[in-house]
Design a protein around this ligand. Structure first.
Ligand SMILES: *Cc1c(COP(=O)(O)O)cnc(C)c1O
Length: 416
């Protein structure tokens, strides 16, 4: 029943609180590992810290730099830590944003305005982005907003960016090249070092999309796993997007856009004075920005530290191994590519994987799907530890049911 009526007399908090709880009953039970993405949760202790920090700055607004010098300080300290984590030099800099999409839109805008300032792109020229076919849709969102062309270059058989094919797609109008670390669809790292060598030679901007893995990778590596180089330690990397609200385990909304040369912020910033209030100056797309998200990001980085993130990384890598080992025991299923960290996509050469996903849905799982090639997709966080055995045994049953023809394929549902 819908409840669209605007009440003439306000409701009590008791009523409102109960209604909110009741509204949630059909939502996915992410806290018990039923969701394949969307929520990043490590444990109750961290959750309390993140919420406490958020609430301590619940009302403050980062638009007001003069009013809230503490937020300016918190933000600059988060950025300094972010640059250190990404192996930036003393000139590195950037800004905190509302998410991966905003970080990406800003990176594209900065690259375009830099190319214009350098005289490499005329105001009437249509700049071009060269992306691997696996890149996140946010690049096309940016291209649509700014009237740029986005060209997607097919990836190799192993789902990694094809550096030679991307090199061939670069021309005079190309202002931005992307590699993902890792890409969302298969969780594999594009060859960032090779892309960096190629773009440096051509003097083209290379953006690394580390939205998912940026804050986790070094801790996975510290555990002894192989993770390809992707950050500012790689020559040729110009900018990096990395989300604090994903594998950084901070509160939403929080992401970082970082530049090897922090002076690029001059091309990102918006300054305007032709209105009655005089100078209006913001680093990002948004005006008002929640102080809570900044305080929570700061608190998360300080509270966890490298040892805390390493513990989370260990849990995720153990869960990932349990999943990969489990899939290996199910005859019809195969992992796609060689995913390094927290995302696993798996499909089948013999049975309809979407029918397997439907059957999993009937068992109460929310299943992420890839369209091409067809696959089931999951982004692992510590909450998935509690359910991995059940997930794998349900997968086994679902695969058998499909193989035996006990499940008919239904039209594929949308993911988001
Ligand atoms: C999630 C993600 C984005 C977009 O981030 P939002 O926070 O959802 O806006 C971009 N790139 C990659 C690789 C991502 O995983």
């Amino acid at each position: 029943m819908s409840n669209t009526h605007f009440p003439a007399k306000g409701l009590s908090w008791d009523v409102v609180e109960k209604a909110l709880a009741d509204y949630k009953v059909d939502d996915i039970d992410w806290a018990h590992g039923r969701a394949p993405m969307y929520v990043f949760y490590a444990d109750d202790a961290l959750y309390d810290v993140v919420k406490g920090a958020y609430n301590a700055y619940f009302s403050e607004n980062a638009l007001g730099a003069k009013a809230f010098p503490s937020l300016v300080r918190l933000e600059s300290e988060v950025l300094a830590m972010a640059c250190e984590i990404m192996n930036g030099g003393p000139e590195a800099g950037g800004s905190l944003t509302s998410g991966g999409s905003e970080s990406i839109v800003l990176a594209v805008k900065t690259a375009r305005d830099f190319a214009r300032a350098e005289g490499r792109l005329g105001r009437r020229d249509t700049g071009k982005l060269v992306l691997p076919s696996t890149a996140h849709p946010a690049y096309d969102k940016a291209a649509q907003m700014m009237d740029l062309d986005a060209v997607r270059v097919p990836v190799r058989e192993d789902y990694l960016a094809d550096v030679d094919a991307m090199a061939a797609a670069i021309d005079d109008r190309t202002i931005f090249v992307v590699g993902s670390a890792p890409g969302f669809s298969h969780g594999v790292y594009d060859p960032i070092a090779d892309l960096g060598a190629m773009t440096a030679e051509k003097n083209v901007w290379l953006h690394v999309d580390a939205c998912i893995g940026g804050y986790l990778a070094r801790h996975v590596r510290a555990l002894g796993y192989r993770v390809p180089d992707f950050d500012f330690s790689v020559p040729g990397v110009t900018s990096i997007s990395a989300d604090l609200h994903k594998m950084g385990f901070a509160a939403k909304p929080a992401s970082t856009i970082l530049y090897r040369d922090g002076r690029m912020m001059e091309h990102q910033r918006f300054r305007f004075s032709d209105w009655p209030r005089g100078v209006y100056d913001t680093p990002n797309i948004t005006g008002t920005r929640p102080g809570g998200a900044i305080a929570a990001a700061w608190a998360t980085l300080k509270y966890l530290g490298a040892d805390g993130y390493r513990e989370i990384a260990k849990q995720i890598m153990d869960i990932r191994q349990r999943l990969i080992d489990g899939i290996a025991t199910i005859p019809d299923l195969q992992v796609l590519g060689d995913p390094e960290i927290c995302i696993v996509a798996f499909g089948s050469d013999t049975i309809d994987i979407h029918a397997v996903a439907d059957r999993m849905g009937d068992k109460g799982w929310m299943i992420g799907r890839n369209a091409t090639p067809a696959a089931i997709h999951i982004m692992l966080t510590p909450v998935h530890g509690q359910i991995m055995d059940e997930y794998v045994s349900d997968l086994r049953e679902a695969a058998e049911a499909v193989r035996d023809g006990r499940v008919a394929s239904r039209p594929v549902e949308l993911n988001y």
